[in-house]
Unconditional design. Sequence first.
Length: 468
Amino acid sequence: MLNLRPILLAIAALCTPLLAQQPATPQPVAPDTDTTPLTLFPHNDASRYLLSGQANIIFQAHPGFHSPYSGTNSLLARGEYKTSLVGTLFMGFKLNPNPRYETDAIYDEESAGGRGVSEALGLAGFTNLDVVRNPSLGPIPYLARAQVHQTIGLTSAFVDSDRTQFSLATKVPARRFELRIGKMGLPDVFDLNNPGTDSHLQFLNWTVDNNGAWDYAADTRGYTYAFVTEYDDILWSARYAIALMPTIANGIELQWNLRRASGQNIELEYRKTPLALFLSKDRKGTVRLLAFVNHANMGDYRDQIKLALATHTTPVITGHPLTSSVKYGLGLNFEQELTQDLRLFGRFGWNEGQHESYAYTEVDQTFELGCDLAGNRWSRPHDKIGLVAVSNAIKRDHQEYLKLGGLGFLLGDGNLNYAREDILETYYTAHNWRGLFTAFDLQLIAHPGYNQARGPVEMFSVRTHVDF
């Protein structure tokens, strides 16, 4: 049995002793002279247009594990292996190149093929964020993002900004509004975490890369149509989004009537953490507080349990009249540089758990703590190693629903001997040449699907990533 309490303490103990090594005042930092290209083809950051792409191939396998029983939505107990492939073409153009009032048009095409182990069923913290949870959709290319990004500067003072696929500017006003409207993934903007967000170069588990308790508005592929407004200042930011919810749990179709369904999100970001008191001033850190409220046609676990007991049937969470229920929750997210190469990060998430998990995964509470280390110490500055522990839970009504044989869109063993789903993940990503990276990843999972009668499970992964 995997007990994450000593592991979480061990991660903290591994990372935090380096705090004592920090100088009382900032020391000169040697200029970065590494000019190694990190894409296969060169890109001009001064250009008005962006044309780039990526491909991510993940092979995953697990041996057989202990399982006295299984159900419709169980992780298969026999050994299995699967491969997934995601390719994305990123396109952008500066409609207005004036940096104070820049307007970007963003358009991305994507293809997601292959499969996840057990068709992405049986785990709340599934082991591959690239997997589409509806394998019948196939690898046919689809529109991933199409949006307009508008900057409204409130000052003529500018600060440097990294050019990304979602924002083409390299300098932005120090105080500004940013508006986005169109198709997007909410994790493109919310709950970002530099050591723990990118499944293409970092961790693979979807309750590591995103807050598992954040049931964010999205279709099966992870995208929605939304309006996002953001205010940025020197040390803090605030952002709000209203987005379309799927018509059914984990559905590909979105509900366009905002009176019936919507997902509203607000996030406050402060670019310092309490650990800054013990570190030199050049060590970056950020704390983010997230809140969400979803309105959708969601079932109530307790109501469906009562109905099933009264009729001597198995509870069905979708077996209710068309309604508009409310699900809400909170998330806390932090990251902190401890040294030039070492970063600590973590998340906490909670939602009310009374209504069905609807859009992301079946998690009502989550704790996460991890760190990553760049490879400068062994003369490989673009290599990285990471270690994280995450513990997920569901509320009592959700537990009882699964115990009685109910099915969620991810879980359902036919019975449940409840325990928290605990996950330990580590990876090593190697930079091979230009935009080519290879990674090896190991995930140890105790109580898959919150069931202590099954598991533990060891998941082995090899990832090849190419940036064009």
